[in-house]
Design a protein around this ligand. Sequence first.
Ligand SMILES: [Fe+2]
Ligand SMILES: [Fe+2]
Length: 255
Amino acid sequence: MNEHPHSLSMSERADRLEEEKMHEMERIITRSTLAHLMDGNVKMDTSVEMRARYPGKFFLMGDDPRLPRMPEKPTLVDYFRHRFASTAHLLQSATHALKGGQPEKVVLACLLHDIAIVSFIRCDHGYWGAQMIEPYVDEEVAWAVKTHQALRFFPDESVGYGYPDLYKQLFGPEYRPEPYIVEEYNRARAHKWYMTSRLICVNDIYSFDPNAKVNLDDFVDIIGRNFKQPKEGLGLDSSPSAHMWRTILWPTRFL
Ligand SMILES: [Fe+2]
Ligand SMILES: [Fe+2]
């Protein structure tokens, strides 16, 4: 390599650095197609191309050495500590619900309502989050997490909830939810658990205080009583959503 390093652009230098780091790694780390799509590229890491680039190496089939180590039998709390990129919003929402005297079911729903965003994916986060927790929580909690995604966009004056100002700032004043969200809202409005999901929104909106003191330890007992931790470890069990937790545990496994 004989080009002068200063002749490289920032992103070329970043790529080169990544490449160098990868050569130091023992295993080849691949990115899923979804990660490439998120970069605006319809492409995939193929085994032929990757093996040619890193000759003599095997693909990663377990822990990603770049990520914090997880215990052998991870719990929900371990995911909070080592995989969720940010927990302040969830803890603030749950703290608000707790201080407001809400039942544990609602507190748990607030604590988990955006876990998809902080650990996995933004698009349709309510649906993803609900599927992740469904096997482990009361049906009502998973339902509330799923539908908060739609309810967020619709006011309910009876509980003092208006369309969030923040959404006007984030999405522009013209944004209107897609038809599937409107339909979800209409179904939820008529559902017996409507208010549980609505309470996620009510506690959500006040939960952006940067000075609020929050601590996961305050919720460990509530999690213990209301989240059925699998004995094999969350993600290493055989529940219908275990694979989602495993993907968060091992996001760069080749298969
Ligand atoms: Fe949300
Ligand atoms: Fe939220």
